[in-house]
Design a protein around this ligand. Structure first.
Ligand code: SAH
Length: 178
């Protein structure tokens, strides 16, 4: 995270708040996640640098950049094209041109780039979308905020030899997965 300039991923009028440990608005009703939460998600994914990662909910592109520092390859997808275009620019400007940014419904995963060793979901869902689990490599991990507007918890789901293995982490609050 020390290598990723967060100010490149926030709107120009909020650059002064880029290093606050807070989520910030990025337009289209969306937010750049709180740094502490990005760090927690990355820690739960236990990346060693060799992984193919899927980042669902590109938003500003900040989490994709952090994941790019920790893994071999990152594919990031958002349903809002204007955000994806802006994220692409910020990723290019900060040395993360290798991150592949897609526009589309991330709850369907990115089948043509699967399997993934790790999947980070930055939008809350009541349950894990099945295609995401199916696109996980054996031993792969997904971290997602599970729940609705009333309350969510960050959970890690690992694709184990005899099925999903779940670990609950922090309470959190994300925008909904649409
Ligand atoms: N990781 C981002 C934070 C993203 S906020 C960052 O570091 O800035 C959540 C994002 O998820 C929003 O940009 C929203 O457009 C996106 N989103 C919500 N539902 C989605 C879906 N079904 N597919 C892809 N993206 C989705």
């Amino acid at each position: 995270m020390g290598r990723v300039p967060r100010e490149a991923f926030v709107p120009p009028d909020l650059v002064g708040m880029a290093y606050d440990d807070a989520a910030l608005p990025i337009g289209d009703g969306q937010t750049i996640s709180q740094p502490f939460i990005v760090a927690t998600m990355c820690a739960l994914l236990e990346l060693v640098g060799t992984e193919a990662v899927l980042d669902v909910g590109t938003g500003s592109g900040y989490a994709a950049a952090v994941l790019d520092e920790l893994a071999r390859h990152v594919v990031s997808i958002d349903r809002i094209e204007t955000l994806a275009v802006r994220a692409r620019r910020a990723l290019d400007q900060t040395g993360h041109a290798d991150v592949e940014v897609r526009v589309g419904d991330g709850s369907l995963g990115v089948p043509d780039r699967a399997p993934f060793d790790a999947i980070a979901v930055a939008a809350a869902a009541r349950r894990l979308p099945e295609p995401l689990y199916e696109q996980l490599a054996p031993g792969g991990r997904i971290v997602l905020p599970r729940g609705g507007p009333g309350g969510q918890r960050l959970v890690r789901i690992t694709r184990g030899p005899s099925g999903p293995v779940e670990t609950a982490s922090l309470a959190c609050r994300f925008v909904p997965l649409v």
